[in-house]
Structure formats: structure tokens, C-alpha cells
Design a binder for this molecule. Structure first.
Ligand SMILES: [Zn+2]
Length: 374
């Protein structure tokens, strides 16, 4: 099988990292350039780049804190008759205040609805205020930051783990190369030396990172195939952009919580406690369930990517069973509602439901590939 990757340069700043240009086979066949495929078009969605918002976030929290606290101090410093005067003014203007609140809510709703888009692989509607270009820039920054942080732990290209990773990733990407989300990216592999870290991840630009602990833990290529299928799915489904957009919304809610807690609770300690409870409730009801849904979605799509590449998808069950056993004593991992990821038991149960379909799909793909070879 023709390799999906090809080495292009070896003497770069990150010389240990093999860099591969994308073999845009479909684009080549059609004689088109990548830029003509339409996937890279960007829309000026967010007025402020996400990286600026990330830097501004702590400053905005400080502003919300002082705004709330100063309001409380100012209100307490007022004489009783002044306070009553303000209360009566508020009562007089209550309709104007209510209309103002309704208009603001309608504008927020319109903003939310006008930034909904349909994810092309799953057909799911999602909120997005980040353009493709912005997420690519963020991904590039993150790639450089990770390479700098782990500079001394990046395994050399000749390490046998690269051959294994390339073999598995190549099989996955080649089998699913019809997806524009695959053939428009430049995929790279980086193996990081940390035998105790059983993790792998893929950045939005297609940079695959895997720790040696994960490669040791996956005893077969089938297990590695379903793990990599899951991580590549996050990338194909644009979960990073979705997470950034959602974090902006949650941050806006938290800024309001900070201002309200320090404005209306009687002391700094109670404000801190009140904010902690509010922020915890936001995480438990909005952030964590949403994140777990994205994980389940990546599991589902990842198994199909792996099935299309003819990996034995039953390996997903073996992998998560093993994970469940080694984390049996980890109390936090079993408390799903406190986690951004589903518990291992939930994952096993959901994968068991999806497995019959994935196995049939694998058989169908296998027969097709045999007929093609004939
Ligand atoms: Zn994941």
C-alpha cells in the first residue's frame, strides 16, 4: 500500500520530529490544488482572535471582581435614605429595565443562533465562533509549545516506535482518505519518551503526538488503531474549535458569576464560596457533560475509521477493559460527573452497543478491498 506519509525535511528547528507533506491523492487525481478544495476557506466569525481572548481572560476576571466588590462597597457607604431613593427609582423604571433585559437576551440568543453550524461528518449542529484560520494558528502555536516543552524527550526518527506509529496512522488515514478533513491536512508524528504516560493526542492541524507509555500499553496494532482512530476523530470533527467556542461562552457566564458574587454577598469569604459553588455547578452541568459527549462522539467516529482501515475493532473493548483495571483504585476516575471524560465502564458499555455495526462495516470494507485487489 502506498504510504500516506512522506518525509520532506530533516534539518529543522524540530529536527527530531518527522514532518510529512500531505499526499493529497484525491486532489492530485483531480488535478486541483488544495486551496481550490474549498475546505480552507475562512469566515471572519470572531472579531477578536481566540489567542487574544485567552490572554484577556485573567484580566477580565480581575475587572469583574473589582466591579462587583466596588459596587458592594459603594452601596454600603450610602446613607439609608439614599438607598431607598435608588430602590424607588428602580421600581419606577422596572418596565424599562425588563425591556432592556429582554432585548439583551434576544441579542444574545440571536448571536448564538447565528453562529450555529452543521458538522459535516456527524450532521450535528454546534456553536462556533472560531474560524479555520484562527484554529490553525492556535494549533501551530501549541505544536511549537509542546515541541519546546518536550524537546529533550522527543524520540529520534530511527526509533522503532516511529515505524509502528507510521504503519498504523498510515493505514487509518489511507483507508479514510476520501474525507476532506484528512486530505487537506499535513500530518506529522511525534513520539514522546515517557513510559508512565499512557496518552496520545492530535492537534487540529494534524500533528499526532503519542507517549511511549501508550505505545507500550497498546499490545497490538488493533488497539493502537482504535486509540489513534479516536484521537484523529477529535481532529476531523473540529472538537478543538468547538471547545474554544464553548469556553468563551462559559467564561462569559463565570464573569457574570464573579461580579454578582462580590456585589451581593456580604463578605469576601462568602463571595469566594458563592463563586466556587456557582463555578462548580457550571462545570458539572455544562462543561463536563458537553466534554463527555464529544468524547463519546470521537469514540463512535474513531471506531468507524478503524473499521474502514480493517482493524479488529473488538480491540476497543480490550483496551478500555485494561484501562478500567489499572484505574480501579482511582476514585476520581470513577466519578464521571466530575470528569471531562466518560468513565471507562461507560465507554465499554457504549462501545459494546456500537460494535455490531462497526464489525459489519469492517466486513463490508474488507470485502470491498479484496474485490478491488482482484
Ligand atoms: Zn478523547
Amino acid at each position: 500500500m502506498l504510504g500516506f506519509f512522506r518525509c520532506v525535511r530533516s534539518a529543522t528547528r524540530f529536527s527530531q520530529v518527522p514532518r510529512f507533506p500531505l499526499i493529497t491523492q484525491r486532489a492530485f487525481e483531480k488535478g486541483t490544488k488544495i486551496s481550490e478544495c474549498g475546505f480552507h476557506t475562512t469566515s471572519p466569525r470572531a472579531a477578536i482572535p481566540p489567542v487574544v481572548l485567552i490572554i484577556l481572560r485573567p484580566a477580565l476576571r480581575v475587572v469583574a471582581f473589582f466591579a462587583g466588590r466596588n459596587f458592594r462597597k459603594w452601596w454600603r457607604s450610602l446613607p439609608k435614605d439614599k438607598r431607598e431613593h435608588y430602590w424607588s427609582r428602580i421600581k419606577e423604571k422596572k418596565w424599562k429595565i425588563l425591556v432592556g433585559g429582554a432585548v439583551t437576551s434576544a441579542m444574545a440568543y440571536w448571536f448564538y443562533m447565528s453562529h450555529l453550524e452543521v458538522e459535516p461528518i456527524t450532521g450535528r449542529e454546534r456553536f462556533s465562533i472560531v474560524s479555520t484560520k484562527q484554529i490553525q494558528d492556535l494549533s501551530q502555536l501549541e505544536f511549537q509549545a509542546i515541541c519546546t516543552e518536550y524537546a529533550s524527550r522527543i524520540e529520534p526518527i530511527k526509533h522503532p516506535y516511529y515505524a509502528r506509529m507510521k504503519r498504523v496512522a498510515d493505514r487509518l488515514l489511507h483507508a479514510n482518505k476520501h474525507l476532506p478533513q484528512i486530505y487537506t491536512k499535513t500530518w506529522t508524528i511525534t513520539v514522546l519518551d515517557d513510559p508512565r504516560n499512557m496518552n496520545a493526542f492530535v492537534l487540529p492541524n494534524g500533528n499526532i503526538f503519542v507517549f511511549t507509555g501508550m505505545l507500550d500499553f497498546c499490545t497490538t496494532d488493533d488497539e493502537l488503531g482504535v486509540v489513534l482512530g479516536h484521537e484523529i476523530s477529535h481532529c476531523l470533527l473540529g472538537h478543538a474549535a468547538e471547545n474554544v467556542s464553548r469556553e468563551h461562552l462559559l467564561e462569559a457566564i463565570k464573569l457574570v458569576l464573579i461580579a454578582l458574587a462580590w456585589a451581593f454577598l456580604p463578605s469576601d469569604i462568602l463571595s469566594l464560596l458563592g463563586y466556587g459553588v456557582g463555578a462548580g455547578a457550571v462545570n458539572a452541568t455544562l462543561r463536563y457533560p458537553y466534554s463527555r459527549n464529544l468524547e463519546n462522539e470521537a469514540d463512535q467516529v474513531g471506531i468507524h475509521l478503524a473499521a474502514k482501515a480493517c482493524f479488529d475493532v473488538r480491540a476497543a473493548l480490550a483496551f478500555w477493559d485494561k484501562m478500567d483495571i489499572i484505574h480501579e483504585l482511582d476514585l476520581l476516575a470513577s466519578q464521571e460527573w466530575l470528569s471531562t471524560h466518560p468513565s471507562h465502564k461507560t465507554r465499554v458499555a457504549k462501545i459494546e452497543e456500537q460494535l455490531p455495526d462497526a464489525i459489519s462495516f469492517r466486513k463490508y470494507c474488507k470485502v470491498r478491498s479484496i474485490l478491488k485487489d482482484c
